[in-house]
Design a protein around this ligand. Structure first.
Ligand code: AMP
Length: 483
């Protein structure tokens, strides 16, 4: 059976169609089981449940008659997925009607409710990408009293309108004032929601989801919710196929590497050396990669992709037996660049993190961020979009703006800023909820919430997202760092 997978499309603005078949399904289960075996040695789970913030998106038929859906949906719908979760002793708390519901806000609400009803059985809290876990607990902060009321009365809120979800939930929900009191008392005692997850789900062993790459900015908030619980990064893969398993689960997400599973595809690596005359270096095989070097991955897989460039940059950090262990570095094409400057997604993340430190005293945080290169005037300049969780003073934001500008340490950027061939960096603050609108926009296009990654640099291929960002700007600041 051949199907079509839709990638998240959050980088380029529209999803790509890539082939998917049973071979890829098998390798997906193989990688899940492999990393589970390593994880379970360190953090055993027994006869538990997983509170999984996973969401199916719609499936449809292509013009040629093939079934198409997002990669995660194709996986969650496959009967092997359930079997594997059972074998891992952590079946999902929520019924299928919730996972595959047509409205992800309603599904999210019910995931939280299912988790609370089964709170003592939950041993793992997970999602595909860490963003969904943070998103879920931010939501919890807003709706917790409603959830408690539903548990007390045994009646589901009217916010859930999908009949199939209502009927599935009615089978789980019974009036339980004792449980409602317990959750209520725990929530009111928490300070700024620190340690929320272990309070709500006392038998949780770890939090699990992809936490590297564009997920790193969410780690701080995730750690806050997780308290002392370990954060374990899930594996490395894409709609085009899986690549590597996390075989060192005890490492914090910032240090995680992924051991390539050599039999789930044919992998080649393009060395990232300065290319002369625009000629790219020749790809090397799995056994020829060198420790400490960076490469772009090329995939040939069982579903028919041939020498497909994934666009991800990885670094060789070591070897597990003979197979390389990769550190995810960044997407190759995600560069902020105007002339000779080159800044990656990682550089942007570091600059934002440095400036976000200045907000700590005011107890404020950056909820999410993105960027854009603005060349509408000469010279061009970088624009950084920030959504904050409260109001910051103008002085602090001005300082943040200067700090971001100074934190791009790439020599090309610094020298261009000095000679004014790049203009002052601009920090634009957007209304609260703007990044949620971006998520809604992608979901409206048929993307899966489970695969959502905030686009960190919005170019001309992503005009509708740029439009959402620019139309929600409430104030903006220009850097004075190089004046
Ligand atoms: P998609 O197929 O659209 O859901 O996205 C796949 C992309 O997500 C990959 O090409 C990577 O850029 C990113 N990704 C997947 N797994 C990881 C990981 N473990 N760490 C960092 N980035 C990842």
């Amino acid at each position: 059976m051949i199907m079509v997978d839709c990638s998240s499309g959050t980088t380029q603005g529209k999803p790509k169609f890539v082939p998917f078949n049973e071979g890829l399904m098998e390798s997906t289960m193989q990688i899940f089981k492999t990393s589970f075996a390593f994880r379970n040695r360190e953090f055993p789970v027994v006869n538990g449940k997983a509170l999984q913030f996973i969401y199916g998106s719609k499936q449809f038929k292509t013009k040629g008659g093939l079934a198409a859906g997002t990669a995660t949906t194709n996986v969650y719908r496959n009967s092997q997925f359930k079997k594997t979760m059972k074998a891992m002793q952590t079946p999902c708390c929520s019924p299928d009607e919730v996972i595959f519901g047509p409205d992800f806000n309603q599904s999210l609400y019910c995931h939280l409710l299912c988790g609370l009803i089964l709170r003592n059985e939950v041993q793992v809290v997970s999602s595909t990408f860490a963003h969904s876990i943070v998103h879920a607990f931010r939501k919890f902060e807003q709706v917790w009293q409603e959830l408690v009321a539903n548990i007390r009365d045994g009646v589901l809120s009217s916010r859930v309108t999908v009949p199939s979800i209502r009927s599935a939930m009615s089978k789980l929900l019974k009036p339980d004032p004792e449980l409602a009191d317990t959750i209520y008392n725990k929530c009111i005692r928490l300070s700024n929601w620190y340690g929320l997850i272990p309070e709500l789900f006392p038998n949780t062993r770890y939090i699990y989801g992809i936490m590297t790459g564009s997920m790193e900015p969410y780690l701080k908030k995730l750690r806050h919710y997780a308290g002392q619980l370990p954060l374990l990064s899930a594996d490395y893969g894409s709609s085009e196929g899986w690549i590597g398993a996390n075989v060192n689960p005890e490492l914090p997400p910032e240090l995680v590497t992924y051991a390539v599973l050599p039999n789930i595809g044919y992998f080649e690596f393009i060395p990232l050396v300065e290319n002369v005359d625009g000629v790219e270096a020749t790809p090397v095989g799995l056994t020829e990669v060198k420790l400490g070097e960076e490469y772009e991955i090329v995939v040939t897989n069982f579903a028919g992709l041939y020498r497909y460039r994934l666009g991800d940059v990885v670094k060789i950090k070591g070897f597990h037996n003979g197979t390389p262990e990769l550190q995810f570095i960044c997407r190759r094409n995600l560069l902020l660049s105007i002339n000779i400057d080159k800044n990656t997604e990682k550089d942007l993340q570091l600059a934002v993190e440095a400036a976000a430190q200045l907000l700590l005293n005011e107890k404020l945080e950056v909820v999410d961020f993105s960027s854009n290169v603005n060349t509408s005037a000469d010279p061009g300049h970088y624009v950084i979009f920030w959504e904050l969780n409260g109001e910051a003073s103008k002085e602090i934001l001005k300082e943040c703006c200067n700090c971001i500008d100074k934190s791009f340490v790439d020599a090309g950027y610094v020298s261009s800023r000095k000679v004014k061939t790049i203009g002052p960096l601009e920090l634009r603050i957007v209304k609260r909820g703007t990044f949620h609108k971006i998520l809604d926009h992608f979901v409206g296009l048929g993307a899966a919430v489970s695969q959502f990654k905030t686009p960190r640099c919005v170019g001309t291929t992503n005009l509708s997202v740029l439009q959402i960002l620019t139309s929600n700007v409430v104030e903006s600041y220009f850097s004075t760092a190089f004046s």
